[in-house]
Design a protein around this ligand. Structure first.
Ligand code: NIG
Ligand code: FE
Length: 414
């Protein structure tokens, strides 16, 4: 199966080899070629070039040519933070929110993660799988070509393992790379009231070994004033090192309590949320490889500050963008909305957004050898836009469908 896209107005992300994590000023230099072609073979990118150097075609067997006149081609979005497996929407809480309650107030009234955990315990594995796989399909149609999915709504051993099995099933039945994160401490179940240490210990001793049998890629904990504390995070980070399962941490969503320092000093892969960053955190982040993942969909929906992406980039700290798709704080799985919010609310430039949502998103899942840029040898996951005058229009027409076609492993989806 061979595919040649021709007359591309601008082809973005043209790196000859995998650039790894990109930071600082380099983020605004995501390379491109105008008036370009892109060649794909057996699901992989094999070459690209300018139309002035059109490849001489001698063998037409099995070759499809697609004309992209006036359109842009960008790598598919790499969404490195989602909670795509959940049992039920939380639209009643949405109504509470409209009536003025905050995310934390709703959680204190028994809503929030505990509400999702209750629904999770009542839902069968097959049902969870069916619901989640149709969400993944929708995400792919919106241009997502790689995805991380977390556990964390099970809370007890039985239901966390159920979630994990569902994620593994999604992994093996989806055409896109999917990475799985095990959350050790998302919210404290009622039967562990005032026994937070016992709860974390139980998860480490009883859940973790069984989870290893099923398989997962990363570890996570919700480190926050009203949730889990820095010394719980430390325990998790030590486990992460011991098991060689990199840590992706929910941290600094509402308060800075010392988690950033602890996590970067243990070489966490990514720090996600980071809406609040203290002076001490800025010092800790300096010159570290840890990626900060901004989740503007959560800021929009819960009306909390936006992660200071502009300053992070100016300080040369690597950043990625993700949806945080979940039924409580970020109910949109659409990376196009995230990218528009990043421009509007975080003052990110269009090329910086591409870097953060493609290459750095892939790096935040450790799959940048496979995807995230238009590089020979990477999988052919890319988006052809509708005709656009310039890249910024892809984010400027917010809430519109600016995508003409999505290719996954070289196959058109729409
Ligand atoms: O990333 N902050 C913790 N976890 C999720 C929210 C989960 C929920 O409310 O269901 C988040 O925002
Ligand atoms: Fe999250």
């Amino acid at each position: 199966m061979r595919l040649l896209i021709k007359n591309i107005q601008e082809l973005f992300g043209t790196f000859e080899s995998n650039p790894g994590t990109i930071k600082g000023l380099e983020m605004n230099k995501f390379p491109s070629l105008t008036n370009a072609w892109l060649a794909v073979e057996d699901g992989f990118i094999v070459d690209y070039g300018c139309m002035t150097d059109w490849p001489g075609i001698t063998d037409w067997a099995d070759l499809t040519i697609v004309d992209a006149e006036g359109k842009m081609v960008v790598p598919c979005w790499c969404d490195s933070h989602t909670h795509t497996v959940f049992a039920k929407a939380r639209s009643l809480e949405f109504e509470d929110k409209i009536n003025g309650l905050s995310y934390e107030e709703i959680a204190r009234r028994g809503g929030g993660i505990l509400n999702s955990a209750h629904a999770m315990s009542l839902t069968s594995e097959d049902q969870l799988f069916e619901d989640a796989i149709s969400r993944v399909k929708k995400m792919m149609l919106n241009g997502t070509g790689a995805l991380e999915i977390k556990t964390g709504y099970g809370l007890d051993v039985e239901n966390e393992l159920k979630m994990l099995r569902v994620i593994q099933r999604i992994k093996s039945s989806s055409p896109i790379p999917i990475k799985c994160t095990l959350i050790i401490g998302h919210a404290l179940p009622a039967d562990y009231h005032s026994r937070m240490d016992d709860y974390i210990q139980m998860l480490l001793e009883q859940l973790l070994p069984k989870a290893q049998e099923i398989g997962f890629d990363f570890l996570d904990i919700f480190c926050e004033r009203d949730y889990f504390q820095v010394y719980h995070l430390e325990k998790l980070l030590l486990k992460s090192k011991e098991l060689n399962k990199p840590a992706k941490i929910h941290v600094n969503q509402f308060y800075s309590i010392g988690g950033v320092d602890m996590a970067v000093n243990h070489s966490a892969l990514s720090l996600d949320h980071m809406e609040v960053i203290s002076d001490q955190d800025w010092v800790a982040l300096k010159d570290k490889p840890t990626i900060v993942t901004g989740l503007p969909g959560c800021s929009l929906f819960t009306k909390i500050p936006y992660t200071p992406m502009r300053k992070l980039m100016d300080e040369n700290i690597p950043v990625a963008l993700a949806t945080d798709f979940n039924p409580g704080s970020a109910p949109s799985s659409n990376m196009n909305l995230i990218n528009s919010l990043a421009c509007i609310q975080m003052n990110m430039k269009p090329l910086e957004v591409l870097t953060a949502s493609c290459q750095n998103g892939a790096a935040a899942m450790q799959i940048d050898e496979l995807t995230g840029s238009i590089t020979p040898g990477k999988i052919a996951n890319f988006i052809i836009t509708k005709p656009l005058e310039r890249l910024s229009e892809l984010f400027y027409f917010l809430g519109e469908d600016n995508i003409d076609q999505v290719y996954i492993k070289g196959n058109p989806l729409r």
